[in-house]
Ligand binder design. Sequence first.
Ligand code: GAP
Length: 506
Amino acid sequence: MPDGLAEKVISLCVRRRLVYPTSEIYESVAGFFDYGPLGVELKRNLESSWWNYFVRQRDDVVGMDGALITPPSMWKASGHLDAFNDPLIACGKCKRRFRLDHLLEQELQLSVEGLTPDKMQELIKENKIRCPQCKGGLKETQPFNLMFRTQVGVLKDEPNEAVLRPETAQLIFADFKLVQQAARKRLPFGIAQIGKAFRNEIAPRNFVFRAREFNQMELEFFIHPERMDDCELPANWKSLAVTVLAAETQIHKGEGSLLSFNELWDRKMVKTKWHVYWMAACWNFLLELGLDPAHLRLRQHVSAELSHYSSETWDVEYRYPWGWKELLGVANRGDFDLKQHQEHSKKDLSFFVDETKQKVIPHVIEPSWGLERLFLTVLMDAYREKTENNETKVTLALSPRLAPVQVSVFPLMKKDGLAEKGQGVFRNLMPCFSAVYDDGGSVGRRYARADEVGTPYAVTIDYDTLTDDTVTLRDRDSTQQKRVSLAELPEKLNRLLLGSVRFSDL
Ligand code: GAP
């Protein structure tokens, strides 16, 4: 990992306007971000890769898109009104407020993952921790509810309280019956959703890693409660090697071990096979995006850190510059949510099983992803730098399917008809590829600009192009160049981007 990786990636994001704090011309509010031209392309590529993999390419998952502003009754039923809290500790003197676990991690330089708020409060006392800002005494910890509230309607005296959804999942549970009937699906099947979630984080930090407004990509997979082990892992997932840190190992302060998903199941380290299946699906997707498995691990939640709805959760963690942290989570939510919504709404949310003529409340395995967290992770994993002759060159080795721009078109110079020829080539590629035309500065500088944002291929138009209709095609990662005819360029680019041919074999 390059020194100062976090700062370097954040600085690149802000400088090239991939993503930057919102409302810069006013006063930005912490935890909210805007995405510029390149950022929005990368984000959309991640989103559509996820949707293709988890929804389109499967016949047992369908999609939906729920509202952002929701009635509080939904969140009373889900338990979020009462339990979606973070522990907040305030200074008695300067009144600053801190998230208890973050404060402890900062002051004691240790992970407090899995400790209860009471245990963390004891650590504050034992270590005589004071306010890091003014050294004042700290008060008792209070739970702080993370949901944003708003009001709906025009009646001033009778405002209708509403809640900005803190997760997309509940909309899926509330619509479970409607979607199942519309899609005519039988168990097991899943409903997926990509969309905004809002959390009034006490301490938004690490750029978009912990924001107050972000997108989730969630899948709720509904299974007959007696068939939680009725599935087969595809052969290529079974043998994938993963570093696993089980809850038991964490309690005994042990190290993670390298296992296959098959072993994870055979050793009964996970309670249900569908849970293993979805963890393997997520892991495989990360590999398809090009992430280095050495930077990833699976960590099971210890009982004290389980969310109120979960009986078992495993996170896929990434080795960030600020330590191993959750990239995504896969939870066994059992029948908690459907039962809660059934009870509170008084609507029947059971599923009728034809074969046994029984009504069952399905159990749920939930892979839950944060789009912006994945965005940042992919950038960190792809960041490379090389210093030659006192000049540092940065390359984002992004998978071509994710790169915001797939091909740049550079005329060697603007004169002698090269710019016009370049424009022609660019316009020809534009309908099929995400392409940009750039004629500013030396070709070297233009390559550097393109490498820095991960553009995998560049096409240069020179004087030979004017006579023989060939161009130079350059590969970002090897910096190799090949002469290619314009007639063959789209097909060759397509094969390269699909990964069906290597540049060296072109
Ligand atoms: N429905 C389950 C759920 O929401 P979560 O662990 O609270 O579980 C799921 O969130 C994912 O959403 C996380 O793994 C992370 O990727 C993303 N996420 C959560 N809070 C976030 C925040 N404040 N900023 C950015 N992403 C966040």
